[in-house]
Design a protein around this ligand. Structure first.
Ligand SMILES: C[S@@+](CC[C@H](N)C(=O)[O-])C[C@H]1O[C@@H](n2cnc3c(N)ncnc32)[C@H](O)[C@@H]1O
Length: 226
């Protein structure tokens, strides 16, 4: 029996043990899109919001010299993130803060880039969180908030990921599935952005596409700047 991810570098899917093919790591592809789309100052201050154990920040750290603050309400996840950062030699420029999107523990106009992947779906108040992100951006600062696996992540893996994801959510019943799709709808993102009174924004991505769609898994992102 294979150990986790063995044979596929950076593999993140342990379900191979149950006979499913392991999927390659998508975080490097997410980081690639963030840097390409936002073109942030490489030596600035960045925030990974809803960072969890920090996979996005770690992938970003490989591509920049920025200091990155990981914000998340889950203290245990942040401990794991600090350990992972230290093991990769990033302890001096990856920091953590316990907090929520709706009340960011950061000063006004202090951050060059805020990224948040896979987290906005869990916030209690998305417009409030987006207004907070805008508050902490410095002049010219960028934000990319949403979810997805990166535009260069292999299509077969994106579709397989989405197939498994949709199956998992469907098994929770029709209401859960409907909410899952609603949370990933471009119109929902635009409504949050309007309610947050963002002066300008764009919604990038395809939303809750069916697994059969070749663009499945490209995700949906709200991009804005100050
Ligand atoms: C699915 S995980 C995503 C983790 C990571 N960003 C990734 O891409 O793998 C969602 C994260 O959002 C965090 N979260 C939940 N509510 C939040 C809130 N109100 N503000 C910020 N983060 C929140 C959770 O603690 C969790 O770590």
């Amino acid at each position: 029996m294979s150990k986790r991810g063995e044979g596929l570098p950076g593999s993140v899917d342990t379900r191979r043990r149950r006979g499913k093919r392991a999927l390659p790591d998508y975080y490097p592809f997410v980081a690639e899109d963030i840097v390409r789309l936002c073109r942030p100052r490489g030596d600035g201050l960045w925030v990974d919001l809803g960072a969890g154990e920090g996979p996005v920040a770690l992938a970003l750290a490989e591509r920049c010299q920025a200091r990155i603050i990981l914000v998340d309400p889950n203290g245990e996840a942040l401990v794991a993130a600090r350990e992972a950062a230290a093991s990769k030699g990033y302890a001096d420029r990856i920091h953590t803060m316990r907090g929520r999107a709706e009340a960011l523990p950061l000063a006004d106009r202090s951050v060059d880039l805020v990224v948040s992947r896979g987290s906005i779906y869990f916030w209690d108040d998305q417009p409030r969180g987006l207004a907070e992100v805008y508050r902490v951006l410095c002049e010219g600062g960028q934000a990319m908030i949403g979810g997805g696996m990166g535009s260069n992540y292999p299509q077969w893996a994106r579709q397989e990921f989405i197939r498994r994801r949709h199956k998992g959510v469907r098994s929770k019943g029709p209401e859960a599935y409907e909410r899952f799709l609603w949370l990933r709808d471009p119109e929902t993102f635009a409504a949050w952005a309007h309610e947050a009174e963002l002066p300008e924004f764009e919604v990038v991505g395809e939303g809750g596409k069916a697994p059969e769609d070749p663009r499945a898994g490209l995700g949906i992102w709200l991009r804005f700047e100050r």
